[in-house]
Design a protein around this ligand. Structure first.
Ligand code: DQA
Length: 148
């Protein structure tokens, strides 16, 4: 058992690996690798230890959540479009029983109406959207307050 609860799983879902090619007005012009470098330095400043996971496959996302027990103390997740409809991911997040924060790079409340819906919302400490990479730092700050 880890006495210090500082291990944060950062999970990127469908199409996030295409950052850099997606609409820069919504998502910026950085790649997912570059985003993860920024998240790593924000996490270090906050004395958190990030571990990254990315996939375009919903079942892999679900299975990663299943395996977090004992390996992570909190979760930051941006499941992409799955956030809006995947009850499978919602149920797996519930099973993980970890403090979680949902992040979206773009401002999902000011885009198409279907993006306003999140099936994960009630399981998360916060839902941060429209703040670009800074939203991940804010998510880590929420978890730090919760865990340390
Ligand atoms: C997103 C917003 C989602 O609506 C969209 O499907 C994505 C990315 C975001 O980070 O802004 O793929 O999660």
């Amino acid at each position: 058992m880890n006495a210090i609860r500082n291990r944060i799983e950062i999970m990127h879902g469908v199409n996030l690996d295409q950052l850099g090619r997606r609409d820069p007005a919504q998502y910026g012009d950085f790649t997912l690798d570059q985003l993860e470098v920024r998240i790593t330095s924000a996490a270090r400043e906050l004395e958190l230890v990030p571990r990254f996971f990315r996939t375009n496959h919903e079942g892999e996302f679900v299975e990663r959540l299943h395996r977090l027990e004992g390996l992570a103390d909190g979760v930051v997740l941006n499941p992409g479009a799955w956030s809006h409809y995947s009850y499978a991911i919602r149920d797996a997040l519930e099973l993980a029983e970890l403090p979680a924060v949902e992040v979206h790079l773009s401002d999902v409340d000011r885009r198409e109406s279907w993006r306003r819906q999140s099936v994960l919302g009630e399981l998360c400490l916060a839902r941060i959207s429209g703040k670009g990479p800074a939203g991940y730092r804010e998510a880590l700050e929420h978890l730090r307050k919760e865990l340390l």
